[in-house]
Ligand binder design. Structure first.
Ligand code: ADP
Ligand code: ZN
Ligand code: ZN
Length: 733
């Protein structure tokens, strides 16, 4: 009797056995979707194989209903990659497979092929009166006019999320039409519209090495911001495309996509599919299918685009490879960078990881000879590297977080007609509200955290659970009236700057000012146009934006990063400093970078400032080696939380005991550390604890997890907690 193995989207570690459906062939089953009964309901699963007979008694075997696909939707390579990922990250195979699929396809839906375009109605071609009162609609009209009246919907939404609404409104009024066009095939590319620059020597060498790669090879493109990394990606991609191959281009943030998309299309032609979570479901499915049918030459997307099918793969590129946003941090936790490397290996193609501040993992892989380093030591054109200086703020009076030397520097750059950017990774007005008389501090009732003062909104908020309370007018502790907001947030910084420099325009970019769809793009565009001279932001502002008029970047509080609880805090801080410094002086004027700190003698800062990121990384790698931390060891973290303070410990103790007996028996050499309270022990009213697993050998840790993880759900106390297992955790807090 032939039995189908079907992975269903449920938390099960193995596929389920079904009798084949009445019709449809049993050839090529792997990767085909199939509708099956499950419990009292139905679901769509993915077939993973056919076998002779089952361990399940035949009267209990259920029959699959029908095939959704006649051909595999997921090809063999993708199934292999996803199966590997499910095993490595210890996440149920059915859920891994379904999270790799766009929603429509996951639910077994069919998608009409082709791309949606938006075309302006004739009324709007010569006459803008109809959109006079709607700036977004006017913008969209301009954009479409510039493209000759029509453009691909997915591109428009990627460029500016707010155009989605503007366009729907125009559509409703009959001023815009939706059309379905055939995907422009990768083999009938229109010629590129812009001429390439002559490469610098370092760039040419990098391109040559990538192009000379035969089969799988990992390159680390290590070049400061503005050194021409993107140009190298484009040249290498060009060769792959000329050979009739596809290119996958991953980046950490959708915010970086518009610039890149424009550049890629100018240089490589129109055969580009974008894949990211801002895209409506159907468009995502169409882009995914266009990649699967090898209709598109380039797939450009954020982390989940790592699961795009690539039947004609030629090259994979991961930009900003150090960025933690490339790692999915809940549900199916995976590193898109690491999976991209795995795919390159399975596909037998080269992969380029690029960064101005490579992760210590990648640098260590260079040192051990697994990756090949390609260095771009200089900025292109006349732009010079900025000078970085520290301002010691011990015993200096601060105004809204700003010291006098920083205020002077700001004045200097602003008077010269340039842009300045202040960086503070803390939104709101002040991170603490305290009583001068009795020392009371505003704390969240559900978290071990302080409430942040949001003055404009008139409340205090917890940034961990979202709880919000009105600002008290008198101290709830002693009834006195002397409440003081302590420390700077972006809102307070804005207030201080508006007082100090009233004649300049100010733009704040943080989660609070960019909540509305499209607001981030709008603010960034305003920054590009030079509408504002003073830019304030959290780390949202730190990434990849090219602002030619920007000459001064200040990090208001470096110490936030120097003393983080996570072992990666120092690496992150160094990356942040170098990345924000990369924003300064990209035009013709030299840049200046100022860092405010109370610890000017901190060895990390010293090395970073005197010798640069490379030297810092080398030193820090030695520290990691001595401490037995990644990349010199592998970690996994078992987290548990519950309303009952004791429950996480009951479960984690059981997990630790079971682990200890396993590792004794099998000599896995895995260390079990804990359980210990999580750094923020209470969050959203739940107590949290964790158990760390450490091994010098990734292989041994994996072997251990294979035995250990499958039994966790059955352990004592497992049902009384929420638990999750994080393999290669990006943060351990
Ligand atoms: P990165 O990706 O490292 O930040 P880019 O590739 O974006 O660097 O290059 C920075 C700027 O220099 C861009 O405006 C780009 O067009 C330009 N550029 C890149 N390579 C060259 C070159 N060889 N000659 C002249 N300009 C270049
Ligand atoms: Zn008080
Ligand atoms: Zn809270």
């Amino acid at each position: 009797m032939l039995i189908l193995e079907v992975a269903v989207p449920r938390p099960l570690h193995e596929s389920l056995d079904y009798l084949p459906p009445e019709n449809g062939t049993l050839d090529n089953v792997v990767g085909r979707r199939i509708r099956v009964p499950l419990g009292k309901s139905k679901t769509v699963g993915v077939a993973l194989g056919v076998k002779e007979g089952s361990n399940i008694p035949s009267q209990r075997l259920r029959q699959a209903e029908e095939w959704v696909d006649n051909e595999p939707l997921l090809d063999a390579e993708l199934v292999k990659t996803l199966t590997w990922a499910s095993q490595y990250y210890r996440y149920p195979i059915g859920e891994v497979l379904s999270s790799a699929l766009p929603g429509v396809l996951r639910r077994g839906g069919k998608v009409q092929r082709g791309e949606v375009w938006w075309r302006l109605d004739e009324q709007l071609l010569g006459d803008a009166t109809a959109v006079r009162r709607a700036p977004r609609q006017a913008e969209l009209r301009e954009r479409l006019l510039a493209a000759g009246g029509a453009a691909r919907y997915a591109d428009l939404v990627t460029e500016c999320a707010a155009w989605q609404r503007a366009g729907r409104e125009l559509e409703r009024r009959g001023l815009l039409h939706r059309e379905r066009r055939r995907t422009s095939n990768m083999h009938e590319q229109p010629p590129a519209s812009s001429a390439p620059p002559t490469l610098l020597d370092a760039q040419s060498q990098a391109v040559e090495q990538i192009n000379a790669a035969r089969g799988f090879q990992v390159f680390l493109l290590d070049g400061v911001t503005g050194s021409g990394k993107t140009e190298v990606y484009i040249r290498a991609a060009e060769q792959a495309i000329n050979n009739g191959r596809q290119v996958l281009f991953l980046m950490p943030e959708i915010g970086l996509a518009p610039q890149l998309l424009r550049r890629v299309k100018e240089r490589l032609g129109d055969s580009v599919a974008v894949l990211h979570s801002d895209l409506p479901d159907v468009e995502r499915a169409q882009a995914w299918l266009a990649a699967r049918d090898a209709d598109v030459a380039v797939v450009l997307g954020t982390r989940s685009a790592v699961f795009a099918p690539l039947p004609r793969a030629g090259l994979i590129i991961v930009d900003e490879e150090h960025d933690p946003a490339l790692t999915q941090q809940d549900g199916f936790r995976y590193s898109a960078r690491d999976l991209a490397v795995l795919r390159a290996r399975y596909l037998g193609v080269p992969i380029v990881l690029g960064s101005a501040t490579p992760s210590l993992e990648s640098l260590n892989n260079v040192a051990s000879g697994r990756y090949r380093q390609l260095a771009l030591p200089q900025r292109t054109g006349s732009a010079k590297s900025p000078s970085i200086q520290v301002i010691d703020i011990r015993s200096r009076p601060l105004k809204g977080g700003l010291s006098a030397p920083l205020q002077q520097a700001l004045g200097r750059h602003l008077e010269a007609g340039q842009q300045v950017m202040l960086f503070l990774n803390r939104r709101g007005y002040a991170p603490v509200l305290t009583c001068h008389a009795c020392g009371w501090i505003a704390e969240c009732q559900r978290c071990d955290a302080r409430l942040t003062v949001h003055r404009r909104a008139g409340n205090m908020r917890c940034h961990h659970c979202g709880a919000s309370r009105p600002l008290p007018s008198v101290c709830p502790g002693c009834g006195a009236g002397d409440l003081l907001p302590l420390g700077p947030g972006t809102e307070r910084l804005e207030e201080a700057l508006a007082e100090l420099f009233p004649q300049y325009n100010l733009l704040r970019i943080d989660r609070d000012t960019t909540r509305r769809r499209g607001e981030l793009e709008a603010r960034l565009a305003a920054a590009h146009r030079g509408d504002a001279q003073l830019l304030i932001g959290t780390q949202m502002l730190a990434k990849g934006h090219h602002l030619p008029g920007l000459t001064l970047v200040a990090v208001v509080d470096v110490d936030q990063g120097l003393f983080g609880t996570d072992f990666r805090a120092t690496e992150r801080l160094a990356q942040l400093v170098v990345q924000v410094a990369g924003r300064a002086g990209r035009g013709d004027n030299p840049g200046e970078v100022l860092l405010q700190t109370r610890h000017p003698e901190h060895p990390l800062l010293q090395t970073l400032l005197e010798s640069g990121y490379g030297a810092f990384a080398a030193e820090h790698l030695n520290e990691r080696r001595a401490a037995g931390l990644p990349p010199f060891a592998s970690l996994a973290l078992l987290r548990a939380e519950a309303v009952d303070a004791n429950a996480p410990y009951v479960f984690l103790e059981a997990a630790a005991d079971w682990g200890a007996s396993l590792t004794r028996r099998q000599q896995y050499g895995v260390e079990l550390l804990g359980p210990v309270p999580a750094p923020m022990e209470r969050r959203e009213g739940r107590y949290r604890a964790q158990l760390m697993l450490r091994s010098e050998s990734r292989y041994m840790l994996q072997a251990f997890l294979g035995d250990w993880a499958i039994k966790l759900a059955g352990l004592n106390g497992a049902r009384k907690v929420r638990w999750s297992l994080d393999v290669d955790p990006v943060d351990t807090v």
